[in-house]
Every structure is written in C-alpha cells, then in structure tokens.
Ligand binder design. Structure first.
Ligand SMILES: [Zn+2]
Length: 160
C-alpha cells in the first residue's frame, strides 16, 4: 500500500509487465545508452536505471546473459555484478548523497520481481522521509526526461 502511494507509476508497470513479450534487460543491453538508460557497461554485466523507480537514482545491475536463476550466475558474472554495484554506490553518493542504500535481489513474482527470467540486483538510494525527495504524485509523463538526466549524471560521476 505504501509502495503504491509513493510510486504510483509502478501500477502501470505491473499492468504492462505481463503483456510485453520482450526482456527489458536484453533490450536495454542492445539499445544505445540513452535509449536503454544504461549507465555503465562492463564485460559481463551492466548498470541501468529502473524506468519505474522506487526513488531517484534507483539503479539495477544485470548480467548481459539472459539468466533466470540466481544460482546460474557464473563466478565472473557474480564478481562483476558486485563490483558494478560498488561503483554504483560511489556514483550515487557523488551525485545524490543519499543517507543509505537498499541492495536486493527480488527472486520470483511473490518477492516483488517484475521481470523473473533475467536476474538483476536493485540498488535503491534512501533518504530519511524518502517521499520528500520525489513528490508523492509525480507525473509519470515527466519521468523519461528526468531519467535521461539521471543517467547522464551518474555516467559522468562513474568512479573508474
Ligand atoms: Zn534478458
């Protein structure tokens, strides 16, 4: 309930999640950085913005490989995902100075995963009274431009 109150655009996402036949992670990996909202590309994994963020700077780290199961990640993929997450925190700290972070894997629909067949790590910056940072009733139509700017700022602040 709380989630719906302050991230109302996620309802749109949930409505559309089952209709879209493609994988958003594979599509983003193949797209240009801006179109795919890709912040950083590694060798085996990449960092992209969540188009339906819980907070500003809500980033996801995913392997390029379309892998459904967490246990199927190769050692090299797991390591790079972890390193990219570390760098993501540095970039987010440089740009937004959040007070904390949630990092998490949502495995399965029941656990909140919108995409269940391509594993991804959520990195969500947190502030005291998060809703102060992003208006509760933010208009979903203004988000794409906002996200493009977020992507640009984070890419520019990348620590390596
Ligand atoms: Zn995929």
């Amino acid at each position: 309930m709380t989630e719906q109150l302050w991230a109302p655009w996620r309802l749109e996402y949930i409505k559309r999640a089952d209709e879209d036949p493609g994988c958003i992670f594979c599509a983003a990996a193949e797209a240009a950085d801006e179109a795919g909202l890709v912040v950083r590309r590694g060798e085996r994994a990449f960092v992209l913005l969540n188009k339906f963020p819980y907070a500003s700077g809500h980033v996801m780290v995913a392997p390029y490989r379309h892998v459904a199961r967490f246990g199927e990640l190769l050692d090299e993929e797991a390591l790079e995902l972890h390193r990219l997450a570390q760098q993501t925190l540095d970039a987010l700290t440089a740009v937004y100075s959040p007070q904390g972070y949630n990092l998490g894997w949502n495995l399965g629909r029941i656990a909140g995963a919108g995409v269940v067949d391509h594993v991804h790590l959520h990195v969500v910056p947190r502030w005291a009274g998060d809703t102060n940072f992003m208006p509760v009733l933010a208009d979903v139509k203004v988000l794409p431009e906002h996200l493009i700017e977020t992507r640009r700022r984070l890419a520019a602040a990348w620590p390596v």
